[in-house]
Design a protein around this ligand. Structure first.
Ligand SMILES: [Zn+2]
Length: 148
């Protein structure tokens, strides 16, 4: 697969999927995914990679004043995504280093768990801020565990 496949998240957020993430990110994700799935009680998860935003795209997005982007990195560039309509997929930016990739994977898997729990009736969806905080905390905990 090349880099042609686009995934439109909303009118202003489009991913360009790539099958060739940087090696560090790919290795880190493959190494930690089984344990994180087990920890969160998730079944099969498909990891997909998207290319970093281009300068042209960023300028366009900023010119529109879009707030449609995920808040994870304070507007400086989306690093991951998990969508409620496809909770068994997590998207990770293809240029992350190993620790960032592992943290983002954990973060997005926590969102995946929220969606799965909601779909199965096991739990209500958390309030958006609470869900984001839980994902941030889980990502940071996984990063710290890898450093320890
Ligand atoms: Zn998040």
């Amino acid at each position: 697969m090349g880099d042609q496949l686009w995934m439109t998240v909303d009118p202003l957020t489009t991913f360009i999927e790539t099958s060739t993430p940087c090696a560090a990110a790919e290795i880190a994700v493959e190494a930690v995914l089984p344990e994180l799935r087990k920890d969160l009680g998730l079944d099969a998860v498909r990891v997909r990679w998207f290319k970093p935003e281009t300068a042209e795209r960023k300028a366009y997005r900023e010119s529109t004043g879009s707030t449609a982007w995920h808040s994870f990195e304070g507007g400086s560039g989306l690093r991951g995504q998990c969508l409620g309509r496809e909770p068994s997929e997590v998207w990770i930016r293809s240029d992350l280093d190993a620790l960032d990739a592992a943290e983002v994977l954990a973060h997005e898997l926590q969102h995946s768990k929220h969606f799965n729990d909601y779909i199965s009736g096991a739990a209500e969806l958390p309030d958006a801020d609470d869900g984001e905080q839980e994902a941030l905390d889980y990502g940071k905990a996984v990063r710290q565990a890898l450093l320890d």
